[in-house]
Design a protein around this ligand. Sequence first.
Ligand code: IMP
Ligand code: MG
Length: 184
Amino acid sequence: MLKTIISSGMDSSDARHVLISRGEIASVVARLASAISRDLRDKNPLLIGILKGSFIFMSDLVRALDFSLELDFIRLSSYGRGRQTSGSVRVVQGLRSEVPGRHVLVVEDIVDTGITVAFLLEYLKKKKPASLALCTLLDKPSRRRVPVTIDYTGMTVPDKFIVGYGIDCDEKFRNLPDICYLED
Ligand code: IMP
Ligand code: MG
């Protein structure tokens, strides 16, 4: 595996390794897009991305979908700083879109304990969508604390702290084009 020691101001404990290259990410996104197209074409779905982690995935995904759709973002906070989840979820920035009667697809970067998406699915269900499904780029099932049904999974990843392709550690590394993990 490729190993890079991040320069300037960070020590070797911040070493990162490429887990999924940009080329592999592109094929995963294409596969997800074709499965989503089969189910949601002609339904003018509303894709709801969870900020900030899903922003790059969302932008690649929607460009691979060649049918009419709308999108919105919601900002939730579950993580405190660093690598620990706080365990409680808040809506930090709500939706502008009307959800009742819509075919809704939640777009997430990574499902870890499941607490974030379980909260959001429950929150959206109360708004009476016509259908509700979940697409996640990454799934870390070994860390699950609440059960979650995932309709579209990009890749399953081991219990490592992931960064890159939109995903952060303390707001850093979102701009890495590959999906990497940080050393423990
Ligand atoms: P969950 O509530 O524990 O499932 O965590 C979901 C949220 O935590 C995701 O939306 C991510 O933004 C963040 N998260 C989970 N695992 C990681 C990781 O390995 N690296 C960075 N962020 C993560
Ligand atoms: Mg995050």
